[in-house]
Design a protein. Sequence first.
Length: 148
Amino acid sequence: MRNKAWILLLVLVFAAVMSGCGSKEEEKNENHTENSAWTKDTQYIVYFGLNDKTTGEQIVSKEEATKIILEIFEKEGVGYTVLDAFGAYLDEGEVVSNETVVLDILMVSEEELEKAVTEAVNTLHLASAMVTKSDVTYRFYTTEQGEK
């Protein structure tokens, strides 16, 4: 089940990235067929900076934090694509940097997303997570049935 979710999420990210890159030639590709028209949706990017909210230092490893976050999102039924990142920001003139877990998310309600993000922030004892929201349009391309 987890492998199917990963494949679906990779397809979603690829579709989102490629949404602005289509051409008439690609639409005529005989090896693939369209699977529906373009679909409008909201894309969320969630940034989890991993510094502890009390100490300001990273306590949990990036690998463990990622595992915890993904378990929470899967339990809540929220699909994701994980992006590797490192972040920094200014706090009262001082540079604060931290390892960052970034999730790219489509096909979720804002309420479902908020529940999963809040649980992850609380579980990892983070000060916050930043979420960006964008309108996107995507569609799936699949191989013809029976083709291997």
